[in-house]
Write a protein that binds this ligand. Structure first.
Ligand code: FAD
Length: 399
């Protein structure tokens, strides 16, 4: 039942779903808007159940080898002197560059991936007899003929086309979290980065930073600024670059100018609003969403990859356990995955600590980072998570 599954988006959620769908005997096809794999991005964290999933995919050893081995965060003042550090070594299970993770997931997923193929329309069959949802969905693409699938999995990120087509405009689902952020490569000469430490400089409502992992030659620059919602084209990278350049033009931190110049020259420059996706339901008929498209918690949560990997695994597993019956599988998947999403979306304190909005808040934060209090709070949170953890099911198809 429901063998032919279209997965839209060849990133962390889509590739993980395709891997597990194929392993459970479904026939997934992946389409990706970009013409080649997107290698950009900073480090992403895999914790707890996400580590279990990649281990079950046979990837954990390679992921550990490529891990960024970051030691923590270092806060500096306008004269580039260290104010304080937060050592995160005990807190993170595995951190890996997003591009490295996507490449490993692709290697582990023996499924057809059509690059340069974006979804344009979704037409579910008219209701079948008895008020059902027909036999399938006809999918139109920006190039090429329409194709029919039994199920469609939207793993196409925060600005998901699948979500827009099946659920409605993104304004209904994306909540602006008052900030914009950018990640990019930084040329080595411009990067005074201490190996394995994420160096951060704050002005009220702004943060610029740089870091170099133990295993990667190139440093990464990042920029965050606080703002009301801005009107811009989320696909226009030149416009994004101008917005970031304007926000950091007057940064008093000496390395900021050179970091900005080199980041603006990176073709993989990645920019977005710090936003969260909140939806009452992740499925509509034969269409289901996973990853940032369904529940983006924002980079401030540090949980995007974890949620994508675990959610994709659970969706494929519930479909297998229900022998392909999406009417049984989709609600079970949602019930199982919602608690982790809900916890991860509580990001308030993270943003306040990383980007204090006033001079007073900044002074308070700088005082706090000299004390071990933040580390203790994070460690407590981690122990609570471990205590609440339930074993991740091993899903099988009924014989
Ligand atoms: C280039 C890039 C860099 C990133 N860098 C970071 C980072 O440094 N730190 C961080 O925390 N998060 C980063 N993210 C987001 C991070 O990958 C997600 O938060 C998380 O891992 C969940 O991934 P996802 O697979 O749900 O979505 P995403 O990783 O956003 O992937 C969505 C995929 O769908 C594709 N797509 C979009 N629309 C269509 C369409 N209509 N048809 C077909 N394909 C489509 C996109 O090209 C993309 O490959 C980045 C994402 C991208 C794409």
């Amino acid at each position: 039942m429901n063998e032919r599954v279209l997965v839209v988006g060849a990133s962390i959620a889509g590739l993980t779903a395709a891997h597990w769908l194929a392993r459970h005997g479904f026939r997934p096809t992946v389409v990706e808007r970009a013409v080649e794999p997107r290698s950009g991005g900073n480090g992403v964290d895999l914790r707890d159940d996400a580590v279990t999933v990649v281990e079950r995919m046979g990837l954990l050893e390679r992921i550990r080898e490529l891990g960024t081995d970051v030691h923590g965060m270092k806060f500096v003042d306008a004269a580039d002197r260290t104010i304080g550090r937060i050592d995160t070594r005990e807190l993170t299970s595995v951190e890996i560059m997003r591009g490295d993770l996507v490449a490993l997931l692709r290697e582990a997923t023996d499924v057809e991936i059509r690059f340069g193929t974006a979804v344009r329309s979704l037409t579910p069959d008219a209701d079948g007899e008895g008020g059902g949802d027909g036999d399938g969905v006809t999918v139109g693409f920006e190039h090429g003929p329409d194709l029919r699938f039994d199920l469609v999995v939207g793993a196409d990120g925060m600005h998901s086309t699948v979500r827009r087509l099946a659920f409605g405009p993104e304004e209904r689902f994306i909540r602006h979290k008052d900030h914009y952020f950018a990640f990019a490569d930084a040329a080595d000469a411009a990067a005074p980065a201490e190996d394995r430490w994420m160096t951060m400089f704050n002005a009220p409502g702004k943060m610029a930073g740089v870091w170099r992992s133990g295993n990667h030659a190139r440093a990464k620059a990042y920029f965050v600024f606080r703002s009301e919602p801005l009107r811009y084209d989320y696909r226009d990278v030149d416009e994004h670059k101008r917005m970031v350049a304007t926000a950091f033009a007057d940064s008093p931190w000496p390395p900021a100018r050179a970091l900005l110049d080199t980041a603006l020259a990176d073709p993989e420059f990645y920019f977005d609003a710090l936003g969260q996706v909140r939806m009452d339901s992740w499925s509509a008929g034969r269409v289901v969403l996973i990853g940032d498209a369904a529940w983006c918690a924002s980079p401030a949560a540090g949980a995007g990859a974890e949620l994508a990997v675990v959610g994709a695994y659970r969706l494929a597993g519930e479909l297998a356990a229900a022998d392909g019956d999406h009417r049984v599988a989709f609600p079970r998947f949602e019930a199982a995955h919602r608690p982790l999403v809900a916890r991860s979306q509580q990001i308030g304190p993270n943003v306040g600590v990383m980007i204090p909005r006033t001079e007073t808040g900044l002074r308070l934060r700088n005082a706090l980072v000299r004390l071990p209090v933040l580390k203790a709070a994070a460690s407590l949170e981690r122990r609570m998570r471990a205590r609440n953890a339930r074993p991740l099911p091993v899903y099988r198809r009924p014989v």
